[in-house]
Design a protein around this ligand. Structure first.
Ligand code: SF4
Ligand code: SF4
Length: 351
């Protein structure tokens, strides 16, 4: 059955889909934000200066472009900010949001900048050291304890490259989670990582981790072997299944990226397979950056085009239908991307 969307919600997701598809915004010199702009150290646009905007109950994060020819511009109005597209207003009552720790109302830390893997779309190994938030365990602990003092922080999440191995990353995440729970027992903690054994899942759950993201990354094993040649597609699915037994249905999620030549049906099949396990997909549009375009093009052998707004909406609607069928919703998450919502159209949250 098609998903029914009301008129305002429909307009909003069309706007958000266009913003996600375009991805960049220009800030003219007369725009002075009431806070410093932030850089993401993980996720789409990692390494770039980003601006997070909210309108009604939607949130979107755009890469700040220095190019005046960028179609989207931020503009002042008498009572706030508006968005212009090619000089014409398309959205009023925008609120820029200060996001010092990567995601609104979350302290989302990337605790390891290096990775032994080299997934072709990933920028983790290509970020200049001065913009990563990472460092010694002592530095991360200090940043965590300081960040937890911020009143707006309602959740904590950790992501990491895999270095030197999953056991070491799990060990660090366990220690950091115990620290969070010691000082703030009710603050939810999420982790985005790879796992090598049931034992690692057990340690994470026992330390107080509430939610986990283990990324399947791509909808088919064929694409996966091209873009993530050193990871094991079937093993990730096995770990996702086991993760549900530790954390529960609706507390395990997984990124699936689109925009690398896959068909929509392949995405629907992958979302369904994960939903059957009790895993909620984070459906993520590929972000093309100077740090990944060449590595991706070497595989696709053709110019890359960002998925357009119509495809983003079509996928989001089917995503919602599939989740509904399995009685799943991103709203069961208190951390990471389903709670943040900056990079995707989130079923049940955005529409
Ligand atoms: S395992 Fe994760 S962090 Fe490492 S290269 Fe692949 S996507 Fe990037
Ligand atoms: S949606 Fe996820 S990747 Fe995007 S900014 Fe939010 S937490 Fe980061």
């Amino acid at each position: 059955m098609p998903t029914i969307i009301n008129m305002q919600s429909s307009k909003d997701i069309i706007i958000k889909a266009h913003l996600l598809s375009e991805g960049t915004i220009y800030l003219p010199p007369n725009i002075h934000l009431p806070f410093p702009v932030c850089r993401s150290t993980a996720g789409p646009g990692a390494g770039a200066k980003m601006l997070t905007l909210t309108f009604r109950h939607h949130t979107v994060k755009l890469q700040i472009s220095p190019d005046q020819n960028t179609p989207l511009w931020l503009d002042h109005t008498a009572d706030g900010y508006q968005l212009l597209r090619n000089g014409s207003p398309i959205l009023n009552s925008l609120i820029p949001v200060y996001v010092p720790f990567h995601a609104p109302n979350q302290l989302f830390l990337n605790i390891e900048p290096k990775c032994i893997h080299n997934c072709r779309f990933c920028t983790q190994n290509y970020l200049p050291p001065h913009i990563t938030t990472t460092g010694s365990h002592k530095k991360i602990t200090h940043m965590l304890l300081q960040g937890l003092q911020t009143p707006q922080i309602h959740a904590v999440a950790f992501t990491a490259g895999i270095y030197p191995n999953t056991q070491e990353i799990t060990h660090k995440m366990v220690a950091l989670t115990q620290l969070v729970k010691h000082h703030h027992p009710t603050t939810p903690v999420g982790v985005e990582t790879y796992i090598n054994s049931d034992t690692e899942l057990h340690h994470l759950q026992k330390s107080g981790v509430d939610e986990i993201k283990i990324n399947l990354q791509l909808p088919t094993s064929e694409l996966f072997s091209q873009f993530c040649p050193t990871l094991d597609y079937e093993f990730i699915k096995t770990m996702l299944q086991k993760a549900v037994t530790h954390f529960g249905k609706g507390k395990v999620c997984s990124n699936i990226i689109y925009g690398l030549g896959e068909r929509n049906e392949e995405l629907y099949d992958a979302i369904t397979e994960l939903a059957e396990m009790g895993v909620v997909t984070t459906l993520r549009k590929l972000t093309i950056t100077p740090n990944n375009i060449q590595r991706i093009s070497e595989i696709t052998k053709k110019p890359l085009k960002s998925p357009d707004a119509q495809r983003i909406i079509t996928l989001a609607q089917r995503h919602k239908t599939i989740l509904s069928h399995y009685n799943l919703t991103p709203k069961t998450f208190s951390t990471m991307c389903h709670r943040c919502g900056c990079c995707d159209i989130i079923p049940f949250v955005d529409f």
